[in-house]
Design a protein around this ligand. Structure first.
Ligand code: SAM
Length: 238
């Protein structure tokens, strides 16, 4: 992936260190966020509300599905607090990690610093980031909370990022696509689910895995109650 893209930046070095436990979100302007500020603010608040939102461990499906894959260029979409990105970097992958929440990204950058690995952080919405097309050997989206639009922009951005010969690995909570609105106010109908991505796969893609299976859940973290995954792994042929 080239270095001339409009949105990539190393937030570990460019953003002054802040107290992550503050109740005040970081200043978006200072971070050059690319995307909808309301989406950023919503996710920042979720992270601010918890000292640590996720388990800190890499996702089980990612670990299982990348076993035997030669390390290459990987994009982690919605990297959260960076556990997957750091694990991939430790495994020799060249990692680009994209996330809307600046609060999460700063935690992720600290995690990477502690681990002594180098990761390219992109503080942006997936669609607004306008990543260079066909640039990644692996595009990993683990439980991404991408808003659905009539033009399927997020699904298309995900697919467009995969290089010929590369793999899209999309993992989500099983059954959520038909789930009624939740008490929290979140309506699953507003989000992108693997069925929607699978529906866009053309003859240029080969589905290697598309199944529901028990989740290999890391201990702790806000999503620990989800018991089953849907795993879509598709290889771009050309
Ligand atoms: C359920 S969390 C999963 C985090 C991480 N992948 C993991 O498994 O721990 C979804 C993440 O997607 C991020 N996100 C939401 N909308 C996004 C968007 N449009 N582009 C990029 N990231 C987004 C959220 O801030 C959040 O960190």
């Amino acid at each position: 992936m080239g270095d001339s893209g409009p949105v990539t930046k190393d937030i570990a070095t460019e953003v002054p260190s802040q107290d992550f436990l503050t109740t005040r979100p970081p200043t978006p302007a200072a971070e050059q966020f690319v995307g909808d500020p309301a989406v950023q603010a919503e996710w920042d608040q979720r992270y601010i509300d918890r000292e640590q939102l996720w388990s800190g461990q890499p996702n089980g499906a990612l670990v299982a599905e990348t076993a035997g894959m030669p390390p290459g260029r990987v994009l982690d979409i919605g990297c959260g607090e960076g556990a997957d990105a750091v694990w991939l970097a430790r495994g020799g992958w060249t990692v680009t990690a994209l996330e809307v929440s600046g609060v999460a990204l700063k935690r992720a950058a600290r995690h990477a610093e502690d681990a002594g690995v180098n990761i390219k952080w992109v503080h942006a919405d997936l669609v607004a980031a306008m990543l260079p097309p066909a640039s990644f050997d692996l595009v990993s989206a683990q439980y991404p909370a991408l808003l659905r639009t009539p033009d399927n922009a997020a699904e298309r951005a995900m697919l467009a990022a995969v290089a010929p010969g590369g793999v899209l690995l999309l993992v989500h909570h099983a059954g959520m696509d038909t789930h009624p609105p939740q008490e929290s106010g979140i309506d699953p109908a507003d989000y992108v689910w693997p069925t929607m991505v699978a529906a866009l796969l053309t003859d240029d893609w080969q589905i290697e895995t598309y199944e529901e299976r028990p989740r290999i859940a890391p201990d702790g973290g806000a999503g620990a109650h989800h018991t089953d995954d849907v795993v879509l792994r598709a290889r771009r042929l050309r």
